[in-house]
Design a protein around this ligand. Sequence first.
Ligand code: SF4
Length: 277
Amino acid sequence: MLKLGGKVIRIEVAGGATEVPKGDRTLVVISTNPRLPRSLRERSAYLVRAGVTEIPSGFGHYLQIGEAAKIDFGELENWQRVTSLSDDFSYLEDGDIIRLNSARGEIRVLYRKSSPHNTIMVTEQCQHYCLMCSQPPKEVDDSWLLDEANELIRIMPRGTGELGFSGGEPTLFGERFLETLRLTKALHPGTSIHILSNGRLFADRRFAADYAQIRHPDMMVGIPIYSDDPATHDYVVQAKGAFDETLRGILNLKEFGQKVECKRPAVPPGSREVSVL
Ligand code: SF4
């Protein structure tokens, strides 16, 4: 399994500065192109593998993977940062997008250009508390994740085939989430969108209508339903009235001509029942 996040080995600053600048989270696009136009370099991290000798100047970041890759700091300007990563991240390639958190010494891989299944988690908040949830909801203000999603969408390579949005419950951001969908459509008109949602916010007809107004030609909401018995569904998601609200959400979406994928995840192991409505 690919390791998508963790600690970096070390962060160094060219010019002998002893302290790594404390920055917030930074998104960078990985580049292996030494001839990348100057205007794009500041937002990019140049990836140095073992054997690479040419170190172009002007990149916002430099990454070296594995102990064998050694950047000659003499080639860099004094403020530039070099982040060393373990071999676990040797799969990274040109066009991938990562988040670097220099204050915490952490990396998170957010987008892989070669993957057909990139999904952006926009929040850890959710109004369910499902029995089997792998990342139980947190009541925290994590709206920075949605800001980061917007930033990611702006720098994501054109031609991405499919993009998913998940949580938590992405629709909890309401209009702000719809704005993210509009942005995705504007910048990546050919990209299919899949939204994993519990569907409850769509019970609000106004919200469902605004969603439909985006008029995306290839956008679908995936909604899990755990049972046709309302009490069982509500028990699984630990939320009274959830079944009714989810069903009203689905009916609204269908009334407005939207694509909905209904999932019943708790079926015999290894299989997955899906109906596209
Ligand atoms: S709806 Fe999804 S994120 Fe929310 S509690 Fe259930 S499994 Fe977790």
